[in-house]
Design a protein around this ligand. Structure first.
Ligand SMILES: Cc1ncc(COP(=O)(O)O)c(C=O)c1O
Length: 289
């Protein structure tokens, strides 16, 4: 199953997908990007992903190509790869420049579209749940870098995940500087108590995930109450149910936090209902023209 990449205006194989060491994406993480998957070969939620890419670009003054241009190249890479289902990464870097922070040095932005076979977390994790670790690495405050911008600068997230992995957990849960829950290293978090679902508001300092938005819609359609409210770490530790969301994981149940079981340690009914709802949504995407 092949990996194909659109770069420098053409589609190439993995080993030929190379970029200049003077590209600012490489030098500084000076780029914006999106990650999504296909279902039945069709990109899931491509429109909101492209809108977010454009918003991220505007926020940091990187010119992103028009969405119909990206759609056209993406369709060509997907066709060239021919995978049953794919992982898709759309990257726009500020382009190459003389070395120097000044963005005025940059030439034109460059579009890269990576398509590779989709690999999901092990099925066992969806069945039994994964572990979350509340880590010391905090989210970057909005005044330093707006967390709603999906930029290529992920070192802080990488450090947070390292901390979680060292303790044997699947994902890190990061707090903001006020000590409230923000988000994972690469996911949003939801907790459920007495059948009601809560997720932190955008003001907590998080990337408003496309899957987060979708799960909130699905919850409403299933008459499950979902609200955005500040969450304290104790609200997470004392929750009946917890799950995380991201475009590749979809909805992943969490049954352990900081080494302790969440409630009875089993995937709860609200989580199950939303997991089923999201899987049905993926099936709909697969069959929808
Ligand atoms: C920091 C962060 N938060 C949240 C998410 C989830 O966003 P989405 O559902 O759009 O994939 C991601 C995805 O990678 C992320 O990197």
């Amino acid at each position: 199953m092949p990996t194909k990449v659109f770069i420098d205006g053409k589609i190439v194989d993995r080993q030929d997908a190379t970029i200049s060491v003077f590209d600012r994406g490489f030098l500084y993480g000076d780029s914006v990007y999106e990650v999504l998957r296909t279902s039945g070969g069709r990109p899931v939620d491509l429109a909101p992903h492209l809108e977010r890419l454009s918003r991220s670009g505007d926020a940091v003054f990187i010119t992103t190509p028009a969405s119909d241009v990206i759609r056209r190249h993406l369709a060509a890479v997907l066709a060239a790869a021919g995978n049953e289902d794919s992982y898709i990464r759309i990257v726009v870097t500020r382009g190459s420049s003389e070395i120097g922070l000044d963005m005025g040095l940059a030439g034109t932005s460059s579009l890269i579209v990576i398509v590779k076979p989709l690999t999901l977390p092990p099925a066992e994790l969806y069945h039994s749940g994964a572990e979350l670790r509340i880590v010391g690495v905090q989210v970057t405050p909005k005044v330093a870098m707006d967390p709603s911008v999906k930029s290529g600068n992920y070192l802080s997230n990488i450090m947070a995940l390292r901390e979680a992995k060292q303790q044997g957990a699947h994902e890190a849960l990061r707090l903001n500087k006020e000590g409230f829950v923000a988000e994972g290293a690469s996911s949003n978090v939801f907790v459920s108590r007495k059948g009601k679902v809560v997720t932190p508001p955008k003001s907590a300092g998080l990337l408003p995930g496309i899957t987060r938005m979708r799960i909130m819609q699905i919850a409403k359609s299933l008459n499950i109450e979902v609200t955005e409210q500040p969450l304290h770490p104790d609200d997470v530790r004392g929750a009946d149910e917890i799950f995380i969301t991201s475009s590749i994981r979809g909805l992943l149940p969490i049954t352990k936090v900081d080494g302790s079981l969440v409630a009875d340690g089993k995937v709860g009914t609200v989580t199950r209902a939303l997991l089923e709802g999201y899987n049905n949504y993926l099936k709909l995407v697969a069959t929808h023209d």
